[in-house]
Design a protein around this ligand. Structure first.
Ligand code: G3H
Ligand code: 13P
Ligand code: ZN
Length: 333
């Protein structure tokens, strides 16, 4: 049994309480490799932003859960080396799907876990979430739950269409499970293709897709039912068109990739939404930078010469999100 507090990590309780009060959101960035982690920590150290490092099932398969946990432990020391005196770093399991997986993460030093029972019938979601909460809270590990289904691919769970969270269920769900935060469905989805072209309009000038707005009316209803309760938005990449264009003009093929416009996320961050999940944008930044190096310097074969620029581009992206979208800069001095 490893306690996350001994690793210098923090859970989400205080982060979320301050974010809800202060009208900003904590960035939850997924990491799968060293360059991504370095970029996240550098961006957060330079902006003094609290951060949630997320480990998905894909990341565990790709990089190994043990290695990722030790990397997060190293990240706390790296943050201090960068001059961040009191780093507020949470290590979070993203989309945990079983009690056993959540337990193994709690036992291994994660400070927060998500149990995603959103694809289960309501009562089964409650029972599974409560079981995880009862275990995790013994060690002061915080638990995120999910109610409502996001469109698209939820890790291995394929959801064909989105089912918005039903506001009339949230009080019962939060009370009976004891979860610390709740991920909701209001129109976001995972990946770089968040809307089908037929759901969007097209900007006549650029020819780019303009997505429909998020269901803020549902969010407002939920906030009324659970005042001050921490709400989480998954699938919140904006799919920056400058990266899509670089990728497409340098040998890639991402036709009609589209995300959540940043003004929608800014509005969400000012509400009860206090955790905003971003993964795909970092993948796009990485890929755009690598494709550019490959196209411009075909003789390059040292991975540091293309992963380095990719790391710089991700750092720029994370800082932009923190300062211009979430407003979490300066909240962890
Ligand atoms: O929730 C989705 C995340 O972007 C993680 O996806 O399992 O492919 O790493 P992944
Ligand atoms: P994106 O695919 O929009 O980056 O969402 C990531 C996410 O929700 C991770 O849980
Ligand atoms: Zn997610």
């Amino acid at each position: 049994m490893v306690n996350y507090k001994d690793l210098g990590l923090v859970n989400t309780r205080e982060m979320f309480a301050k974010a809800v009060d202060g009208g900003y959101a904590i960035p939850a960035f997924n990491f799968n490799n060293m360059e991504q982690l370095q970029a996240i920590i550098k961006a957060c150290a330079e902006t003094k932003s609290p951060v949630i490092l997320q480990v998905s099932s894909g990341a565990r398969k790709y990089a190994n859960q043990t290695l990722l946990r030790y990397m997060a432990e190293g990240a706390v020391e790296y943050a201090k080396e960068l001059g961040w005196e009191h780093p507020q770093i949470c290590l979070h399991l993203d989309h945990g799907d079983t009690f056993e997986l959540c337990k193994s993460c709690v036992d291994f030093g994660f400070s927060s876990v998500m149990i995603d029972g959103s694809s289960l019938p309501y009562e089964e979601n409650i029972a599974l979430t409560k079981k995880v909460v009862d275990y995790a809270h013994q060690y002061d590990v915080t638990v995120e739950a999910e109610l409502g289904v996001l469109a698209g691919v939820e890790d291995d769970v394929v959801a064909e269409e989105s089912h918005y969270t039903k506001p009339e269920e949230v009080i019962d769900f939060a009370t009976r499970t004891g979860c610390d935060s709740l991920a909701i469905s209001i129109g976001t989805s995972h990946g770089a293709y968040k809307f089908k072209p037929e759901q969007c309009t097209r900007d006549p000038q650029t020819g780019k897709l303009v997505p429909p707005p998020l269901a803020f009316d549902v969010l407002e209803e939920i906030e009324k039912k659970l005042p001050g309760f921490p709400i989480v938005l998954h699938g919140s990449s904006s799919v920056p068109q400058e990266y899509v264009d670089i990728i497409n003009t340098h040998g890639g093929n991402l036709p009609d990739a589209v995300g959540i416009p940043e003004d929608q996320l800014r509005k969400a961050a000012k509400s009860a939404v206090c955790k905003i999940n971003i993964d795909s944008d970092s993948r796009l930044a990485f890929t755009a930078a690598v494709r550019k190096v490959f196209a411009e310097k075909p003789g390059e074969f040292d991975p540091r010469k293309y992963c380095g620029p990719a790391r710089d581009e991700m750092t720029k992206l994370y800082k932009h999100k923190i300062i211009e979208v979430l407003g979490s800069d300066g909240k962890a001095e």
